[in-house]
Design a protein around this ligand. Structure first.
Ligand SMILES: [Zn+2]
Length: 123
């Protein structure tokens, strides 16, 4: 990614307790995943993971709860007030890589974006 093309996006959970910001090339596509948790959330997520220098939790660390399952390599965050999943990140060897729930980004018409599937069920 060329940093010249990067811009800033802002996202928040439903109640607004959790706010975050990330730098990305213009978002023109999205992903959904068929793993056991994503299929239940139904979330439309970013096409790639963002690195720590591209992602900033602006507010709401104290509102975030973490859910882990299986091999526990992913922190599935959700807001303890409104229950919304704003993003997740890796744990252990994958620490600090963030995938974002694009539905939390107000300026995106998320359901109008072309979506590709991630075959997370097979991982
Ligand atoms: Zn919330």
């Amino acid at each position: 990614m060329s940093n010249d093309d990067a811009r800033s996006y802002e996202g928040r959970c439903h109640c607004g307790a959790v706010r975050f910001r990330f730098r990305s090339e213009e978002i023109t596509e999205a992903r959904r995943c068929n793993c056991s948790i994503c299929v239940r959330k139904g979330a439309v997520v970013s096409a790639r993971y963002y690195q720590p220098h591209e992602f900033e939790l602006v507010q709401g660390r104290e509102a975030l709860c973490t859910y882990r399952f299986g091999d526990e390599v992913v922190n599935h965050y959700f807001c303890k007030h409104c229950g919304i999943y704003p993003f997740h990140d890796g744990a252990g060897d994958y620490e600090g890589r963030f995938r974002v729930n694009l539905g939390c980004v107000d300026e995106l018409d998320v359901l109008a974006l072309p979506v590709k599937m991630i075959d997370g069920r097979s991982y």
